[in-house]
Design a protein around this ligand. Structure first.
Ligand SMILES: *Cc1c(COP(=O)(O)O)cnc(C)c1O
Length: 244
């Protein structure tokens, strides 16, 4: 085994232990939680090693980095998740490799994704990214959070738009624990709020049962709240050399 493979295997084992322990503590089955490894800023070689180690879901947040990586790894049995803020001019590229876009937060983006999915004859899973950083809709923000995401009051309408869009599948909700606002420093409360919003969404869309929450620092709180997917970067790959 190469040094890097041994290192990633060790890190994955630790993350696996944490997820398992969190499931036990929450009285949940391990199979209820899917690990997505966030490979942003790390090379395609690492993605290949992760695949060899049994990882099946990877996530990226920038199309410029993700597109060549996904192309270099197209022979691997991986699901690609896009988790970054997405500009409509990148949609054509992203639809070419992403199985799931977790950062859907506005109608214009849905229209663009749908058009491309139909054109490329692909089905793209969509999670609505929820911004929990604003207690009330911020004037002038169009109801969107600082790091993307729609405020909770906008979920129902956007969910309908996704559900009706050809080529798209409404899969559920995603959030990032907010750094500001009423949930700052209260990850468990934030993720519990996301679960409540998921319960509301599933009344109209029972199949939209994915709840993506929790990163390296707060995956335990996400599992405790009921998340179905955790997105872990640093704890598997190491501290990123630059912001990404
Ligand atoms: C980078 C990133 C993660 C992973 O964060 P870590 O702290 O490295 O585990 C998860 N979700 C999103 C949206 C990200 O951009």
């Amino acid at each position: 085994m190469t040094d890097r493979k041994a290192q990633l295997a060790g890190n994955l084992a630790k993350v696996e232990e944490r997820i398992t322990a969190a499931c036990v503590a929450a009285g949940r089955k391990r199979e209820e939680v899917t690990l997505i490894v966030v490979t942003k800023t790390y090379p395609a070689d690492d993605v290949r090693i992760l695949s060899e180690l049994g990882v099946r879901h990877v996530a990226e947040n920038r199309d410029q980095d993700a597109a060549p990586k996904a192309a270099a790894c197209s022979d691997l049995p991986l699901s690609w998740h896009f988790v970054g803020q997405l500009q409509t001019n990148k949609v054509r590229s992203v639809v070419g490799y992403a199985n799931v876009v977790q950062s859907v937060d506005r109608a214009r983006l849905v229209t663009a994704l749908s058009k491309e999915a139909v054109r490329q004859e692909r089905e793209v899973g969509c999670l609505i990214q929820v911004a929990l950083d604003a207690a009330e809709p911020v004037a002038g923000s169009g109801g969107r959070g600082e790091r993307g995401g729609v405020e909770p009051g906008g979920i129902e309408e956007l969910g309908e738009i996704v559900a009706r869009a050809p080529g798209l599948r409404l899969d559920g909700l995603m959030t990032v624990a907010p750094l500001t606002g009423p949930y700052a420093g209260r990850e468990l409360a934030a993720f519990e709020r996301l679960m409540d919003l998921s319960t509301d969404l599933r009344r109209a869309h029972p199949a939209a049962n994915m709840v993506s929450a929790g990163m390296s620092a707060d995956l335990e709180q996400a599992v405790a709240a009921g998340a179905t997917h955790v997105r872990v970067g640093t704890a598997v790959l190491g501290v990123r050399p630059r912001l990404g």
